[in-house]
Design a protein around this ligand. Sequence first.
Ligand SMILES: C[S@@+](CC[C@H](N)C(=O)[O-])C[C@H]1O[C@@H](n2cnc3c(N)ncnc32)[C@H](O)[C@@H]1O
Length: 165
Amino acid sequence: MSLLDIGGGLGGIQHALFERGLNQATHVDASSAYLRAAESEANRRIFTERIEFLKGDFVDLAKNISPADIVTLDRVICCYDDMQSLVKLSAEKAKMIYGLVFPRDLWLFRVLLPIVNFIISLTGTPFRIFIHRSEDVNRLLMEEGLLPVFHQSAGFWQILVFDRK
Ligand SMILES: C[S@@+](CC[C@H](N)C(=O)[O-])C[C@H]1O[C@@H](n2cnc3c(N)ncnc32)[C@H](O)[C@@H]1O
């Protein structure tokens, strides 16, 4: 089995799946700091040779990235404004399973979001949080031939898994 982990952070999903039979992973991340930390952690766990690390925005790199059995975006689409491109291009890469975690689309979170983003902006970072509509994400994935098989809410987050039809 192969994994494409977009915005994989420190690589937690990769390491968990290697322990359960995953053969190969591609980790694409826009953050060099995260990639450096992920590489160091992969070294420590002796997984480095099985992971390809790619630095950049997945939307820009997508055409050069091979499909994988499993595609994951854990708390990634909420850091990215062009959700449609990110979801559509990543869904095209999923041969079997597509998993994502993103904020629940609740009115309370929508009301609080501008305040949270304002506080973040005071730190001088360009980073912002986006709450994308769940129905838009679901629709895009289903248009790409993926069917929802699992959904769970966990506080601020929702966890979704889709299977290729
Ligand atoms: C909040 S962190 C989550 C990290 C990890 N998945 C986790 O759950 O711990 C979001 C990550 O997604 C990356 N990211 C966001 N949009 C991206 C994009 N379009 N292409 C590649 N990486 C992206 C960020 O650089 C960051 O490493």
